[in-house]
Ligand binder design. Structure first.
Ligand code: BES
Ligand code: ZN
Length: 610
């Protein structure tokens, strides 16, 4: 039989196999709609890549230890990289590429024997690989050296490594990364703390991780310890500030362990990225990637560290089986984050964060509509880019669901449950269905009227949603009312406020406010000059919606051009659009775009094209 016929037959067989995925008697019990992977799986990856900053490509090879589970082909996910050669057990193999899907990319199908052990792939990434952002020296803090970082979640790792890009498939990895001598490479793995003069960095990740948690950054980096098993990597010019800001990290690790059991990843370090980093933080194992906007100078935004640290349990140990159950990563993590915050800074403080969260949840449900399926915890992302369906629902509706469980069951009993849940499912996946089953087995869900099914499979905010109580926020609301009525923007009443109180204060401003009133407030409190990204972001949004933005447009534009954090960008571009200023938005975006990572650029582009 000739080879192409043979290939057609196995592709056909592959399709046939897909239709029986539900059958639990086959090894194929994973059915991630965002991955082409089938029965044969990767167990270990050995990467060897060179970072070519001139051409903006990574070039080299991946060698994969595989387990075929009886299959005679293995399927990897791929979107972009150019494949030069594929070897199976050292012999050249005839690989095939499936048709290209704009979201999923292609299936890379490699014929193997059921007993095959290793596959090697020689490849090169494309300069516009979506996961990677190559920054010029001007786009860094030091302005002297270029920078590169990757962002894998949700399905972007396939744009820089041919891989089985599904949260349900875990593998260990080793990597050799070759970079220009003056730069340092770090990964979501064991890292060195000083530069290697030869520019060659070797990494090992001994615990199995899914592809979305593979991460790489290369730049002019230095390290400073913040504790015995924690520290921070950053460009030299931000290192000291960052180390101070993250000074509570060690205490957070201790608090987290106290709650839900031992930290499984040995060290917890943070990497501060240039401002174009599209997220607040990303929980890459052993090395959280973080936005520099978290460095507010007063530790007021370190709930982000608590959040990414919490993912070391919820997400990185117990992982959502596919992106439809993203809430299982983020909801548990948000709950855990607030428990860490409470342990360190007190209930009064964590209740402010929970109140802001409830407001965000209400705002979002209003925005997407109370019947929107995107307000289910369990999502249906079939045919969609997972990135489009992932919003604060997973975080905040997820949080309030878990908090409801805590309130109904009682804290100590619920903590015991969670501790057991994490330890029993470590290095495994979880989905809504199995979680419900597990909860019902260990908790008296039905008799407590929790309505778990409603929370998970229905839209909107269930009637039994817990309500945070914040005296500090009550005072803020009072102060706002008083000042708005008297038009006297008192600075005595507000002394000693945290940035959260300020954010809540600004949130009180109605969209119908007069621009002159915004100007008076700005003169009294200097919001437009704040060093805190959260304050700037909500203030600029109010300014745009209230017609005050023309007077401070330069500042707003500066913020949008220099910061690439999507959560900050979207409300501002949306506000321009909603107030008939889409041309201003487009003009700013054109200027800013070269500074944005693809994740942010794509979202803004989508918004402004309609
Ligand atoms: N894992 C997420 C980031 C993410 C989500 C990346 C979806 C890609 C797709 C991370 O843990 C996160 O939630 N970051 C938040 C910060 C946090 C304090 C809520 C963020 O980036 O805003
Ligand atoms: Zn998260």
């Amino acid at each position: 039989m000739n080879k192409s016929l043979c290939f057609l037959i196995f592709l056909f067989a592959a399709q046939a196999c897909k239709t029986v995925q539900d059958d639990k008697s086959t090894p194929m019990i994973r059915k991630d709609i965002h991955s082409y992977a089938e029965d044969a799986v990767i167990k270990q990856l050995i990467l060897d890549l060179e970072a070519d900053f001139e051409n903006r490509v990574l070039k080299g090879s991946g060698t994969y230890q595989i387990e075929t589970n009886g299959a005679d082909y293995i399927v990897l996910d791929l979107r972009g990289p150019e494949i030069f050669t594929v070897l199976v057990d050292g012999e050249k193999a005839d690989f095939k590429l499936g048709t290209e899907d704009p979201i999923l990319g292609q299936a890379l199908v490699i014929p193997v024997k059921p007993g095959s052990k290793t596959v090697s792939i020689f490849y090169q990434t494309r300069p516009d690989a979506d996961a990677l952002q190559w920054l010029s020296p001007q786009q860094t803090s030091g302005h002297q050296y270029p920078f590169l970082f990757s962002q894998g979640q949700a399905i972007l790792t396939r744009t820089w490594i041919p891989i089985q890009d599904s949260p349900g498939i875990r593998f260990t990895y080793q990597a050799t990364i070759r970079v220009p001598k003056e730069l340092m490479a770090v990964m979501s793995a064991r890292n060195v703390q000083v530069k290697n003069p030869d520019g060659i960095y070797r990494f090992t990740m001994l615990q199995p991780v899914p592809a979305y948690l593979m991460a790489l950054a290369v730049g002019d980096l230095a390290f400073k310890a913040t504790g015995a098993r924690s520290g921070v990597y950053a460009e030299p010019s931000v290192l000291e500030k960052a180390a101070w800001e993250f000074g509570d990290t060690e205490a957070m690790i201790a608090a987290a362990e106290q709650l839900y059991g031992p930290y499984a990843w040995e060290r917890y370090d943070l990497l501060v990225l240039p401002p174009s980093f599209p997220f607040g933080g990303m929980e890459n194992p052993r090395l959280t990637f973080a936005t520099p906007t978290v460095i507010a100078g007063d530790r007021s935004l370190v709930s982000l560290v608590a959040h990414e640290l919490a993912h070391s349990w919820s997400g990185n140990l117990v992982t959502n089986a596919d992106w439809n159950d993203f809430w299982i990563n983020e909801g548990f993590t948000t709950y855990f984050e607030r428990r860490i915050m409470e342990a360190l800074y007190g209930r009064e403080y964590s209740e402010m964060l929970a109140s802001l969260a409830l407001a965000e949840l209400h705002r979002l449900v209003l925005e997407i509509g109370p019947q929107s399926k995107d307000s289910h915890l369990h999502l249906d992302l079939k045919g969609r880019n997972p990135d489009d369906g992932m919003n604060s629902i997973a975080y905040e509706k997820g949080y309030f669901f878990i908090r409801l469980l805590e309130e109904k069951i009682g804290r100590s009993r619920f903590d015991e449950f969670l501790k057991k849940y994490f330890s029993e499912h470590a290095f495994q996946t979880m989905n809504s269905e199995r979680l419900l089953e597990y909860m019902k087995r260990h908790l008296p869900l039905d008799s407590l009227q929790i309505n778990a099914e409603e929370w998970i499979y229905h839209p909107g905010i269930p009637a039994n949603c817990p309500a945070p109580v914040s005296d500090r926020f009550d005072k803020v609301e009072q102060a706002y009312r008083q000042m708005a009525a008297s038009q006297h923007w008192d600075t005595l009443l507000t002394s000693g406020w945290s940035s959260h109180e300020w954010v809540h204060f600004i949130a009180q401003v109605p969209d119908t406010v007069h621009p002159a009133q915004l100007k008076k407030m700005d003169q009294a409190y200097r919001f437009s000059e704040s060093g805190n990204g959260e304050i700037l972001d909500i203030w600029f949004e109010k300014a745009i919606r209230g017609g005050y933005s023309p007077e401070i447009l330069e500042r707003i534009e500066d913020f949008l051009v220099h910061i690439g954090r999507r959560k900050y960008l979207m409300p501002l571009y949306k506000a321009f659009k909603a107030t008939g200023q889409i041309e201003t938005a487009r003009r700013i975006f054109n200027r800013a775009r070269p500074n944005y990572h693809s994740v942010s650029a794509n979202s803004v582009e989508q918004l402004l094209k309609e």
